[in-house]
Design a protein around this ligand. Structure first.
Ligand SMILES: Nc1ncnc2c1ncn2[C@@H]1O[C@H](COP(=O)(O)OP(=O)(O)OP(=O)(O)O)[C@@H](O)[C@H]1O
Ligand SMILES: [Mg+2]
Length: 251
């Protein structure tokens, strides 16, 4: 965020709340031997940030991403989206909030194999139900074209390369124009050239389209090229070079 934006936040007074906030978030899987996935997570992510989540395997990176993305629910603590508590939301409102605010990119694209790239990109639009069928198809084509896949819209995932599939997954994440993209090892299964291409797309989303991207990565070189790094160890945050404030001041 620019200094000017910090000094003079939203016009009309109250500062805009963070896009996503976690306060004292702990997730424990119940069972004979309960497993703590993450514990005591405090963080806030604002508009237009490019954040890396790093840490060893098993440190809770994916678990944290799912909690921030409302795909999982904390055992205790709170996740707020745009300043709104998510715990009291009914399933329908939660799904709406997720669909309209958050796009996901996973390490393995999770595209539906029997659907074309275009139809895969249309899925979140169908789920949200804002656009007509024709507008959905047009938007899907435009997103694919913007990601260099104009001539691949009709192809199924098995007719595309790994890098192309991951770009389709990015297009799908952008389907409902969410302000927040959560990515779990988005370049983890790609060769270096495709990895670079996908990284450049994520960077561009932040720099030119005002999106916020939070990406889990094992790759510290990649993390170094992002704007903020949050490091996890044993389910807790051990470093965050962009933590700028605390929960009390933001809510
Ligand atoms: N469904 C589950 N049942 C039991 N334990 C689980 C489950 N999901 C995750 N865990 C455990 O929770 C911890 C955090 O897992 P998580 O997948 O969030 O780690 P991660 O940092 O994403 O690891 P990786 O880099 O390998 O993807 C690990 O110890 C993992 O074994
Ligand atoms: Mg993981």
């Amino acid at each position: 965020m620019s200094e000017a934006a910090q000094i003079d936040p939203a016009a009309g007074g109250a500062a805009k709340p963070p896009l996503v906030q976690a306060r004292a978030v702990t997730r424990i899987l119940p069972g004979l031997v309960p497993t703590t996935l993450v514990h005591d997570i405090d963080l806030s992510v604002r508009d237009n940030e490019f954040v890396a989540i790093t840490g060893p395997s098993g440190s809770g990176k994916s678990s944290l991403l799912y909690l921030l993305g409302l795909l999982d629910v904390p055992s205790s603590g709170e996740v707020k989206i745009n300043g709104r508590a998510t715990a009291p939301m009914h399933e329908e409102e939660r799904a709406f909030t997720r669909l309209s605010t958050i796009g996901f990119v996973f390490q393995f694209h999770f595209l539906l194999p029997e659907f074309s790239a275009r139809d895969n990109v249309m899925l979140p639009m169908r789920a949200l139900g804002r656009l007509s069928a024709r507008d959905m198809a047009e938007r899907a084509e435009a997103l694919l074209a913007a990601l260099g896949l104009a001539e691949h819209a009709a192809k199924r995932p098995d007719q595309l390369s790994g890098g192309q599939r991951q770009r389709v997954a990015v297009a799908r994440a952008l389907a409902n124009a969410p302000p927040l993209i959560l990515a779990d090892e988005p370049t983890g299964s790609l060769d270096s050239k495709s990895s670079e291409q996908v990284f450049d797309i994520l960077r561009d989303l932040v720099d030119r389209h005002g999106k916020t991207v939070v990406a889990v990565t094992h790759d510290l070189t990649l993390a170094a090229r992002m704007d903020r790094r949050i490091e996890l160890r044993d389910g807790g945050i051990v470093a965050d070079d962009g933590a700028d404030d605390n929960w009390q001041q933001q809510s």
